[in-house]
Design a binder for this molecule. Structure first.
Ligand SMILES: [Fe+2]
Length: 271
């Protein structure tokens, strides 16, 4: 069963790669921003595999989750080509866009995945603040896996951005967010209440980083995801970075909450 699932994932991967190839330039390379999305997709699939293994998914949950991970950002290439931005608020909702492209492509039928509807659902819901009520167990597993696997890679991307840009002087590095402003108290209050934070509340670079600390508190669904997050040192990186840009004592308060949540996941696996 697992081998059949792997063959279908391979078929899907070939179809996806063929689609991405249509965005290549004359010299065979992808525009840089598209190449970053392709790399992101590869990491999200790897994270999804680790989650499927860690959570001992059955064959159907695994196949559906890996397919959804591969396809979740399919619309990013066309979004960039048409609108020259990844900002959904200035263009299209990229999850809806990805869903529509995948649905119209016929790849899911061609590759023979068992639950095309669940793959499409997981793509559609991957960027929503909340999942709809009443999803069946396979759609739910695939949706939660993609959302966790995506966040785990966004942790990597932020660290890469900080390491490779002159973020203190180049405001473009983080969408013109003020590097020196203190955290928005509303963001802190949401995280302390273990509620998801609305992205409209992001006013400064600290808010942007704190949102990700908030994901560690309440945004990672699976214990395996929290364990991976702890093992990769993403919280320590954010705590150290936040200390560089603000002396607001709320930073340590929310980082301590996240640390406790992540330690529980680590302990849960060890024990
Ligand atoms: Fe996405």
């Amino acid at each position: 069963m697992k081998q059949c699932g792997d063959a279908r994932q391979e078929a899907l991967r070939r179809l996806y790669d063929g689609y991405v190839d249509t965005y290549r330039l004359q010299d065979g390379t992808l525009p840089r921003m598209m190449q970053l999305k392709l790399a992101h997709t590869g990491f999200v699939v790897k994270n999804a595999m680790l989650i499927a293994d860690g959570e001992t998914f059955d064959a159907l949950e695994r196949e559906t989750s890996l397919a959804a991970a591969l396809l979740h950002d399919t619309g990013r290439y066309e979004q960039l080509k048409r609108y020259n931005t990844f900002r959904d608020s200035d263009s299209v909702d990229h999850a809806v866009f990805s869903h529509d492209i995948v649905k119209a492509s016929g790849w899911l039928e061609e590759s023979g995945v068992a639950r095309p509807d669940a793959v499409l659902g997981a793509i559609l819901y991957h960027n929503r603040r909340d999942l709809p009520e009443g999803l069946d167990s396979v759609t739910l597993a695939a949706s939660q896996t993609v959302r966790d696997a995506d966040k785990l890679d966004i942790f990597r991307v932020l660290q890469h951005e900080i390491a490779t840009t002159d973020w203190r002087n180049d405001r473009q590095a983080f969408w013109n967010l003020a590097t020196e402003d203190p955290p928005n108290p509303e963001v802190i209050a949401c995280i302390e209440a273990r509620r998801p934070v609305d992205y409209q509340k992001i006013k400064s670079l600290s808010d942007f980083v704190l949102i990700q600390v908030g994901w560690m508190v309440a945004g990672l669904y699976y214990a395996t995801s929290r364990r991976l997050c702890a093992e990769r040192g993403h919280l320590k990186f954010r705590r150290d970075f936040l200390h560089q840009i603000t002396d607001d004592p709320a930073v340590d308060r929310v980082c301590d909450i996240a640390e406790r949540v992540l330690m529980e996941a680590e302990g849960g696996v060890a024990g």
